[in-house]
Design a binder for this molecule. Structure first.
Ligand SMILES: O=C(O)c1cc(=O)[nH]c(=O)n1[C@@H]1O[C@H](COP(=O)(O)O)[C@@H](O)[C@H]1O
Length: 177
């Protein structure tokens, strides 16, 4: 991020593997991260992930899977590390709901992986009528500070971490739905 002088993360909200790869090649030089929703790729194949990793390495950006994990730890561990998507084998970053607190975060941190892992917790949401309120956001920030090594930031709508140098915010969701 510092080397490339960019904090841009691109949401690859596309459903065809080749479209995601083309987008990654086009924006690669300018971004620090691409965010995927791997479970909407209609023609998913493990080769797609390998190709995406190559592009990420070539242009030095990270891969984030916007899976928004929210379940008991044991289930999340499987969702994170098992086939078909085998997320833990190719991402650096994942998104997680804070609703399940400790269990889900412990589960993710326990999964063996050769690569560094970072979690973005959802602290605010763009969806209209969201059940996330100020208390929930405050509790999420507390959890974020308790898991310093694992949680690298929050997904939010306002600049929640303006004064905290070590933690990042991703502001996302211009359209609400
Ligand atoms: O976690 C997210 O990225 C996210 C949180 C949120 O509150 N709202 C939201 O739209 N997103 C994601 O942000 C992307 C859409 O962002 P826009 O293109 O700015 O509307 C999609 O990938 C959504 O899944």
């Amino acid at each position: 991020m510092a080397k490339k002088q960019t904090n841009l993360c691109v949401a690859a909200d596309l459903t065809i593997a080749a479209d995601v790869l083309n987008l990654a090649k086009q924006v690669g030089p300018y971004i620090c991260c691409i965010k995927t929703h791997i479970d909407v790729i209609e023609d998913f194949h493990p080769n797609f992930v390998r190709r995406l990793q190559e592009i990420a390495e070539m242009y030095e950006f990270m891969l984030m899977e916007d899976r928004k994990f929210a379940d008991i730890g044991k289930t999340v561990q499987m969702q994170y590390s098992k086939v078909v998507f085998n997320i833990s084998s190719w991402v650096t970053l994942v998104t997680v709901h804070s609703i399940f607190r400790k269990g889900v975060l412990d589960a993710i941190s326990k999964v063996d992986s050769d690569r560094r892992k970072g979690v973005f917790l959802l602290a605010e949401a763009s969806a209209s009528g969201t059940l996330i309120d100020e208390k929930y956001t405050g509790e999420t920030l507390k959890i974020a500070s308790e898991y310093d090594g694992l949680i690298v930031g929050v997904v939010c709508q306002s600049p929640l971490f303006r004064d905290k140098k070590k933690t990042s915010s991703i502001n996302t969701g211009s359209s609400s739905g």
